[in-house]
Design a protein around this ligand. Structure first.
Ligand SMILES: Nc1ncnc2c1ncn2[C@@H]1O[C@H](COP(=O)(O)OP(=O)(O)OP(=O)(O)O)[C@@H](O)[C@H]1O
Ligand SMILES: [Mg+2]
Length: 435
C-alpha cells in the first residue's frame, strides 16, 4: 500500500491562499486611511475602489491593532467609508530601459508626457545596497567639469558627495553644471519638492538640450503627496541601479535630500511616530542611510551621487545636514558670502572636503591644491586688515605671498555656467598659478 503523507498535505493546504482578500475603508485621519479586513505587508501596494469604481493606488505604511494603515499615492478625493480595498501582493517597482533617456518621469516612474513606457525591466523601488565586500574600490577620478571641484575637491567614480547651502546660493545651478559637463554614461536627476516653475527652469536653462540627451529626470514637485515625493528618490535610485547593473558609469543627482527628509517626516508624524530633533521623526534618520548606501560602486558599474542639502537659515549643524555629512564621502559647502561677492560657483573651498581626493589625485596635484588652500586661508584671515589698508607689506611673508597669488587663484575658482574645463586643463591651470 502506498504511503500517504498527510502531514505534508496538511502543511501545503495551510500554505495555500483560498481567499480573495478584500477589505473596507474604516477611517480617514489626515493623510492616512485605516482599512479593516486585509492582511498586507509594509510597502505593499493596495487599490481602493471608489463609488465610480476608479482605483486609487495606496501603499501600506503601518498597522493599528488589527487594521492596516494606508497612504495614497494620489489624491484622497473620492474615498468614502466602506470603499473596497484590494491588496496587490506586490511592492512598487519602476520599468527601466534605454527608452527612459531624455524623459521626464514622475515620482512613481510614469512619463509626464503621458506616454506609457513600452517595455522595461521592473526594478523594485526599495532594495538592498550592494554587498560591501563586493563593491569595487574607488580609484578613478570622475571629472565634473567644475574647476573648483576637480581642482580642490576631486571626486572619485562611485563617490557620494553632499552639496550643502542655504536657499538661493546656487545648489541647483551647480548640479546643472555637473550634469552637463561630468563624464558619465547616464545622468539620473531627481528633483524632489521643488517648485513647479523650477523644474522647467532646471531642464531648459541648467541642463539644456545637450545635458538632457543622456539624462533621465525624475520629478516630484512640492504639491505632490508626501509619499510620492519620498518615492521619487527611490525611483531615481532604482533607475540608477538598473544602469549600474548594465555596467554603466552613472551619475545620480538629488535636489534636495532635505525635501526627501521632510516628506518622510510628514509620513512619520501622520502614522504616529514621535517627533525627535527639530520635529524630524526617528524613521527619517533610518531612511537616509538606506537611500544613500545604495549609491556607490558595485561589482558591475558605478553610481557617483551628488545630494543637495538645503541648510535652514545657513545653520550647517542642523540635524539633516549633520546626518547626511556623516553618511557621505565628502561635502561641498556653498557660501552666501561668496555669492554676495558675485564669486560663482560659490564653493567655500576651506569648509569643503572630498574624503577620497588623497587616494585618487596625483602627488603634484595634491601638493598644489594644498598650497593654494593654505594661501586662501591665509588671505581670508587677513582680508579685513588688507581691505582697510592696515596691512603693511613685508610684515608677514605668508600674507605677502597670499596677496600675490589671490587674484590668480580666484580667477581659477570663478567659472561661468556655460564654461567647461576638462580635467587635464583644470590640473594644468592650477599648477600654472605657481609657475
Ligand atoms: N554659477 C553661477 N553663476 C552665476 N550665477 C549663479 C550661479 N549659481 C547661482 N547663481 C545665481 O543664484 C541664483 C540662485 O541659484 P540656484 O537656483 O542654483 O540656487 P539654489 O541653492 O538651488 O536655490 P533654492 O534653495 O531656491 O533651490 C540663480 O538664479 C543665479 O542668479
Ligand atoms: Mg534649487
Amino acid at each position: 500500500m502506498e504511503f500517504i503523507d498527510f502531514a505534508n498535505i496538511n502543511k501545503k493546504i495551510k500554505e495555500c491562499d483560498f481567499y480573495y482578500k478584500e477589505g473596507i475603508v474604516k477611517k480617514v485621519i489626515g493623510l492616512t486611511i485605516e482599512v479593516e479586513g486585509i492582511r498586507a505587508f509594509i510597502g505593499e501596494v493596495c487599490n481602493i475602489y471608489n463609488e465610480k469604481n476608479n482605483a486609487i493606488t495606496c501603499e501600506v505604511v503601518g498597522f493599528k491593532e488589527n487594521n492596516v494603515i494606508l497612504m495614497p499615492l494620489g489624491e484622497l478625493i473620492g474615498i468614502s467609508p466602506g470603499c473596497r480595498v484590494v491588496p496587490s501582493g506586490k511592492a512598487l517597482n519602476v520599468k527601466c530601459s534605454e527608452e527612459l533617456f531624455g524623459k521626464i518621469i514622475d515620482g512613481l516612474g510614469k512619463p509626464l508626457d503621458d506616454e506609457e513606457l513600452k517595455e522595461g525591466t521592473p526594478y523594485l523601488l526599495d532594495s538592498e545596497p550592494p554587498d560591501p565586500l563586493k563593491r569595487r574600490r574607488i580609484k578613478d577620478v570622475i571629472p565634473t567639469g567644475v574647476r573648483t571641484i576637480d581642482g580642490f575637491l576631486t571626486c572619485g567614480e562611485g563617490q557620494r558627495i553632499g552639496i550643502f547651502a542655504g536657499s538661493g546660493v546656487g545648489k541647483s545651478t551647480t548640479l546643472g553644471m555637473i550634469a552637463k559637463y561630468a563624464e558619465a554614461d547616464v545622468n539620473v536627476i531627481c528633483l524632489i519638492g521643488e517648485r513647479g516653475r523650477e523644474v522647467r527652469d532646471f531642464i531648459e536653462r541648467d541642463l539644456g538640450e545637450e545635458g538632457m540627451k543622456r539624462s533621465i529626470v525624475v520629478c516630484a514637485t512640492s504639491d505632490k503627496p508626501a509619499l510620492v515625493r519620498l518615492k521619487g528618490a527611490f525611483t531615481a535610485t532604482a533607475i540608477a541601479e538598473y544602469f549600474r547593473d548594465k555596467g554603466k558609469k552613472v551619475i545620480l543627482m538629488m535636489d534636495s535630500v532635505t525635501r526627501f527628509a521632510m516628506a518622510q517626516r510628514e509620513i512619520g508624524l501622520a502614522i504616529g511616530e514621535p517627533p525627535a530633533t527639530k520635529g524630524y521623526t526617528p524613521s527619517v534618520f533610518a531612511m537616509l542611510p538606506r537611500l544613500m548606501e545604495r549609491a556607490g560602486m558595485s561589482d558591475k558599474g558605478s553610481i557617483t551621487a551628488f545630494y543637495t542639502v538645503l541648510v535652514d537659515g545657513d545653520d550647517f549643524n542642523e540635524p539633516i545636514a549633520d546626518a547626511v555629512r556623516g553618511i557621505l564621502d565628502g561635502h561641498i559647502v556653498l557660501s552666501r558670502a561668496l555669492a554676495a561677492k558675485n564669486h560663482y560657483p560659490a564653493i567655500d573651498v576651506l569648509s569643503s572636503i572630498s574624503r577620497l581626493m588623497s587616494e585618487i589625485a596625483d602627488k603634484d596635484h595634491k601638493a598644489t591644491a594644498s598650497l593654494a588652500r593654505d594661501l586662501i586661508a591665509t588671505y581670508k584671515d587677513s582680508e579685513d586688515l588688507i581691505n582697510i589698508g592696515a596691512y603693511v607689506k613685508g610684515s608677514n611673508k605668508k600674507v605677502d605671498m597670499a596677496i600675490n597669488y589671490i587674484d590668480k587663484i580666484n580667477s581659477f575658482l570663478k567659472q561661468k555656467v556655460d564654461e567647461h574645463t576638462n580635467f587635464e586643463d583644470t590640473v594644468k591651470w592650477l599648477k600654472s598659478i605657481f609657475t
